[in-house]
Design a protein around this ligand. Structure first.
Ligand SMILES: Nc1ncnc2c1ncn2[C@@H]1O[C@H](COP(=O)(O)OP(=O)(O)OP(=O)(O)O)[C@@H](O)[C@H]1O
Ligand SMILES: [Mg+2]
Length: 321
């Protein structure tokens, strides 16, 4: 079951990435991508090989290997401190790796800043989104990349156009907001994530990194965000979805990287792992069983113990004594 040998998919050509050009990757490119997948010489959109990162004496990440492809979702799973954020910081240009290789479109890279990552088509959406709460949605959408009309002293914001584009981009992602004039602060956490995803898609991202976008959301809102992850995938983006919830990862993921204390404990294609196996790997079935015993031995009872036991039963298929 342990397979480091995941199917190799080659993107087969650069995605269209022009600013504001609506980056839908055309059918031909996708078809070529599928062909390359079936043949050989895979060139991944991004590829990490044996990547590692130290902070002084602390080994935050070591020997991590994974690939990201167009029109695929790569999930990174792991508990607190597993190294998930460190990994995406390397990909998003905030930190640099000090071991292994990081390739973008087959070329070895070391990104010096988030700007460099953006120029390479890599967009990251963070949990605590940098949005300006009082600004209208359309202003947030275009923040830093405003459309203007006129020249010299007559140059001004093309408000009408920006509102139209925002509305149509959001509609294309299936997001129906009543009014793009509404302040972003009034949106729910899930809707904000969706606006950020639509923004990245519009501005030509080829790769989209989502750091725990569903962590603070309820079931329904999580479902909405998961749907937009699939929309981004269907528009040809390579998505990296970071989460600690296998139930969120499994339905949308094509491959799964499991991290534990900075190390990869598994890298699977979807066909090689079931949701139950993924959950068991994540939770550490044996550790969970031990925890259940310990809680009982300490005289614990009630809901939490029941819950842990239920999880043990679910992940290991055994009822704890
Ligand atoms: N700037 C830093 N300096 C020193 N140690 C760090 C730094 N950033 C992260 N670490 C350490 O590296 C390890 C991995 O941290 P990281 O933030 O990548 O984990 P994570 O998987 O994102 O966890 P969480 O789920 O809590 O966000 C941790 O042990 C952490 O303490
Ligand atoms: Mg983190």
């Amino acid at each position: 079951m342990t397979s480091n040998e995941t199917a190799k998919h080659g993107p087969g050509g650069a995605g269209t990435g022009a600013h504001g050009a609506g980056p839908d990757i055309d059918q031909e490119t996708l078809l070529q991508h599928e062909k390359d997948t079936l043949t050989h010489t895979p060139v991944h959109l991004m590829e990490l090989e044996a990547v590692g990162k130290h902070y002084g004496n602390i080994i935050a990440l070591t020997e991590v290997t994974m690939a990201v492809d167009m029109g695929r979702v790569t999930c990174v799973l792991g508990d607190n401190g597993a190294g998930k954020s460190t990994l995406i910081k390397i990909i998003a240009g905030l930190h640099q790796h000090d071991e292994g290789t990081f390739k973008i479109m087959g070329e070895e890279r070391r990104l010096g800043s988030p700007r460099e990552a953006l120029d390479a088509g890599i967009a990251a959406v963070y949990q605590d989104l940098a949005v300006v709460g009082l600004m209208p949605i359309w202003r947030n959408f275009f923040l830093g990349s405003e459309i203007t009309i006129g020249r010299g002293p007559f140059r001004r914001l093309d408000v009408k156009r920006m509102k139209e584009v925002t509305k149509s981009e959001l509609a294309q992602m299936g997001i129906d907001l009543r009014d793009v004039e509404q302040p972003v602060g009034q949106l729910s956490g899930g809707e904000r994530q969706c606006v950020a995803i639509a923004r990245a898609v519009h501005f030509g991202a080829k790769a989209l990194i989502l750091d725990e976008p569903t962590a603070a959301l309820g079931v329904k809102q999580s479902g909405v965000v998961l749907r937009y992850i699939l929309q981004a995938r269907d528009r040809g983006l390579g998505v990296i979805f970071i989460t600690h919830n296998p139930h969120h990862a499994y339905p949308v993921g094509d491959r799964f990287l499991l991290l534990k204390r900075g190390k990869s404990i598994g890298y699977y294609d979807k066909k090689d792992i079931t949701l139950e196996e993924l959950t068991a790997q994540m939770a550490g079935g044996a550790e969970l069983a031990e925890l259940a015993h310990e809680l009982e031995a300490m005289g614990g009872h009630g809901e939490l113990v029941d819950q842990v036991q239920a999880e043990v039963a679910e992940t290991t298929g055994q009822t704890p004594r």
